[in-house]
Design a protein around this ligand. Structure first.
Ligand SMILES: Nc1ncnc2c1ncn2[C@@H]1O[C@H](COP(=O)(O)OP(=O)(O)O)[C@@H](O)[C@H]1O
Ligand SMILES: [Mg+2]
Length: 410
């Protein structure tokens, strides 16, 4: 039997590069993670490259470490992107089936999706994804997959994800200078939605909130599909900075205090004990009460969820499925509970990759690796047809195989 192809998922976030290597086991219908690595990166801020050499160095280091651990050599990566340069739209497309047999083919589906791509867009932007939200056939709504059905007017609602071409090109440049080929560029939120949110939650209506360092990605699902997404320019970094300013300490000390002692809600604060704070000179130590820390964290978290709420103002549906939280920032104690209170939800939970899709060593089934793992799964489990992604036209093995997979599926 041929050796399964190994691909890498590369999470290019803020301040670090995280990757996993994985192979797809079609018989089990699972992606198996082999190894992974996460290294700090000074070249990335909020999902955007501020230094190509620094980013290249971090990608090379992370991949080298993962290759060594996994005993594999990799050439191709699926690159995840995030950040406020990503903007999204909803649009509709229509396509007339003029043939006499009027049986809808996969090409017709591709054509109607293509027609929905017509949105006004400046030349420095490009479309990353066109995600179908549902087809209608001769005005009958709610057709999940029209292939093989008969009809004369095929329509589709789509969610379009666009990004700044130069920001994407800088990311691609950094990755290719590290010696890897980007076979697809994926909006991380989309990949996370496929791997951490259940179909039942999506059907009911739910939120996916990825709290990163310098941006928060928000997705809302309703009747099974992604209806809305937005990148907000705020995140864990802002919480850290508030703590650093208030306590006159370094960003790294503030981050360590936040991660060890931080909490979002008063009910989670321990009134016992004290937190030791090192001054900017690295020596001058003092102690604060845990409750004081809450005063610095809570207002910023309220602002974060306030921005999520404002972004969702025009979504005219409820979220009985609650919220699924991912990203390092969601690990701050009390973030899920605060989401329930501040967004008025019935439930919320932290999201990890669903075990029915993915398995591997437990050290990679963690919050730190969730985005990279979701990226590597994305081509195999994506639940919609027609989205070839940015590099689809020119890519190699992975995409040819995924295309075949899709052709078999539809
Ligand atoms: N245990 C923790 N408690 C609180 N915050 C955390 C914890 N672990 C990570 N973070 C915060 O998560 C943020 C980074 O999240 P991450 O998902 O890595 O960001 P990005 O996706 O933007 O690269 C940082 O602000 C970091 O301080
Ligand atoms: Mg992240």
């Amino acid at each position: 039997m041929a050796k399964p192809e190994i691909i890498a998922g590369l999470d290019m976030g803020s301040g670090k590069v995280t990757c996993v290597l994985a192979s797809h086991d079609p018989a089990a219908g699972k992606v198996r993670i082999i190894s992974g690595a996460s290294v700090p990166c000074k070249g990335l801020k909020g999902g955007v490259v501020v230094s190509i050499p620094e980013t290249t160095k971090a990608v090379a280091l992370a991949m080298e470490e993962a290759e060594e651990k996994g005993g594999e050599v990799i050439r191709e990566v699926l690159m995840g992107v995030r950040g406020t340069h990503i903007t999204t739209y909803n649009n509709r497309g229509a396509y007339n089936i003029a043939r006499t047999d009027r049986e809808i083919t996969a090409d017709d589906v591709a054509s109607v999706i293509e027609s929905a791509k017509a949105i006004p867009m400046s030349s420095d932007r490009e479309i990353l994804h066109v995600v179908p939200q549902g087809f209608s056939l001769d005005r009958q709504k709610g057709v999940p997959n029209p292939v093989g059905m008969e009809g004369s007017l095929l329509e589709v609602g789509v969610h379009i994800v666009t990004a700044s071409s130069s920001h994407i090109n800088n990311l691609m440049r950094a990755v290719s200078q590290a010696g890897f080929r980007v076979v697809d560029t994926v909006y991380s939120l989309l990949a996370l939605g496929e791997v951490v949110v259940s179909p039942e939650e999506k059907d009911l209506g739910c939120l996916l909130i990825d709290v990163g360092d310098q941006s928060v990605s928000v997705g809302s699902y309703y009747e099974g599909s992604l209806r809305f997404s937005r990148e907000l320019g705020i995140g864990g970094y802002h919480v850290t900075r508030d703590i650093a300013y208030a306590l006159h300490t370094s960003m790294s000390a503030a981050q360590a205090i936040k991660e060890k002692h931080g909490a979002v809600l008063s009910s989670l604060v321990d009134d016992e004990g004290a937190i030791s704070v090192v001054g900017l000179d690295g020596r001058n130590k003092r102690e604060i009460k845990p409750r004081e820390l809450l005063d610095y964290i809570q207002p910023r978290v309220e602002e974060i969820y306030g921005k999520v709420n404002s972004a969702l103002q025009n979504c005219n549906y409820a979220f009985p499925g609650g919220a699924v939280l991912t990203g390092g920032g969601s690990l701050l104690r009390g973030m899920p509970e605060a989401a329930e209170q501040m967004l008025e939800l019935q439930q919320s939970r932290l999201g990890l990759p669903r075990p029915d899709f993915i398995d591997g060593p437990p050290e990679y089934m963690t919050h730190e690796y969730t985005t990279a793992a979701a990226l590597v799964c994305y081509p195999f489990i994506r639940s919609w047809p027609g989205d070839e992604g940015r590099a689809g036209a020119t890519s190699g093995g992975v995409f040819r195989r995924v295309k075949r997979l899709l052709q078999n599926m539809i």
